[in-house]
Design a protein. Sequence first.
Length: 657
Amino acid sequence: MNAQARVAAVLGPTNTGKTHYAIERMLAHRTGVIGLPLRLLAREVYDRIVALRGPSVVALVTGEERIVPERTQYWVCTTEAMPQEIGADFVALDEIQLCADPERGHIFTDRLMRARGLHETLLLGSETMRPAIAALVPKVQFMRRERFSTLSYGGSKKISRLPPRSAIVSFSVENLYAIAELIRRQRGGCAVVMGALSPRTRNAQVALYQNGDVDFIVATDAIGMGLNLDINHVAFSATSKFDGRRMRSLFPHELGQIAGRAGRYMQPGTFGVTGEASPFDDDLVDALENHRFRPIDRLQWRSGDLEFGTTDRLIAALETSPANEWLIRGREADDLRALKALAALPDIRDRVQGPRDVRLLWDVCRIPDFRSISTGEHVSLLDRIFGFLQDRGHVPSDWLAQQIARIDRTQGDIDTLSKRLAYIRTWTYIAQRSGWVDDESHWRGETRAVEDRLSDALHGALTQRFVDRRTSVLLRRLKQKESLVAEVNDKGEVTVEGEFVGRLEGFRFRQDASATPDEAKTLRQAAYEALRPEFHLRADRFYNAPDTELDFTEQGGLMWGTYAVGKLVKGADAMKPQVEAFVDEEAGFDVGEKVRRRLQHFIDRKVATLFEPLLNLGRDETLTGLARGFAFRLVENLGVLPREGVADEVKALDQDA
């Protein structure tokens, strides 16, 4: 490294543009490498740099993905996959506070102490790393990044009361699914983000949230690292997690990393708790709001000076204790555990004859346990792969094809698809290793295609389960105060923005019976909002409709075609019945009054037509004496009198009457 090379630590809270600054600095150099903690973030940064410089000069290298153009200038990698000795002008390490992580910390510490650019090196992360970096990195310069917006505590809220544009954080898949189900029922749905998702699935889920299709996102703590989302509020549903060995409470700086995702640039953010999480105490709130956390005083470490003479010497080197007080030997990692298990097998001891075999065995042991079935299952798979590589120099194509074919199925539920995605990652990793398979290009393309198909299927399954498309679409339009478009077909079926919401029967809306109680309010609100102009148009058509389109039933119902639009009610006089219109209150007074008047006109004309002789009899001023009395009785009884009761009166009437 150039003696004049600059090493700077850019430290500060989440959401302060540290990664953006690193990208700008890298592109100011001819060549550069940036290491990121997640494959998801590596893909995100890769896409950003490709958009700026084009795909011909940007490489993406992760355990499961390798895109390396011939004229690569900029390498975007996961921290584990960073090329060590390419002599890049610029090197950046993101989320450097992960040096303290019990599982992966030793990798970040190794890069902190070894990875350097020829002209510039940037260490990006939390202010909690300042003392450790100052002690371990000579001549380092410090740069402090501040938030442009405030972060404040919002207390405890029920999930049903969380504001739109909220992220709900969970640390177990079971709890995450339960929360997502609840939000679907009550708020129309949510996006789901977990570290185990492929970049393709993650991006599709994030797009649901960013596009406004849903107003909520449920995520694991992966949301705390680099995912740039428009989040206003972060709600913790729990404050403890399983760290691979035990359940433990999150440290304040870990909570701060996640809470800091609320707010963007100048937009203030809030954080709080929900579900069963206990409210934060005052000291913790103060620490989170002001980004003041206890400095990290120990970094996880594992020796990078490995000896490949024998498996025992390699294990001994990996278990060497650090001499520096800032460093502690990390917990036994999966690769070391696998190495010990394989080295104990008599068959492996017989096969490993020299440094070349030891190095190959170690490379095989570094295949991550994506499947997470059991240590025994993982070791058995590694044993098989080591045998292939040692005996044949590559993994047989027919065997690899069988393993992939078993996974290449897109049927199943979320858990099944998630497992298949985890399984394909093993074969993707193997295909990415140089020299491990015949026709590397074919197998890299094949494993990528399977991952893409499974990713799309998983996105579809997540969306189907956790997003009520109908409710979410209608809620979004209502929130944006846009005019909702309703359509009513010949069958009376009502669709709002293309979503079926119920039926319009005359002037009464009948909501879709399949809607859950939680959906009902939104559907009803959206339907009436959209149907308001339809009610007026329909009332105009009804008012101008001919009497031949109206009818009445024996029970006094008033019909417009097949729809009941009113009923007869008692009037002041038997020959002057009144009407009651069947019109939803939400249609408005004017619509109801217009329908009522049209029905009254119809009934008045019907009575006048059907009872014309009787009505004329009642109004005849020329009748006198007995004839007038008889006419009165006839009108009173609507033209029907028992013959035996009036026979004598009829005989007494003179011919003129």
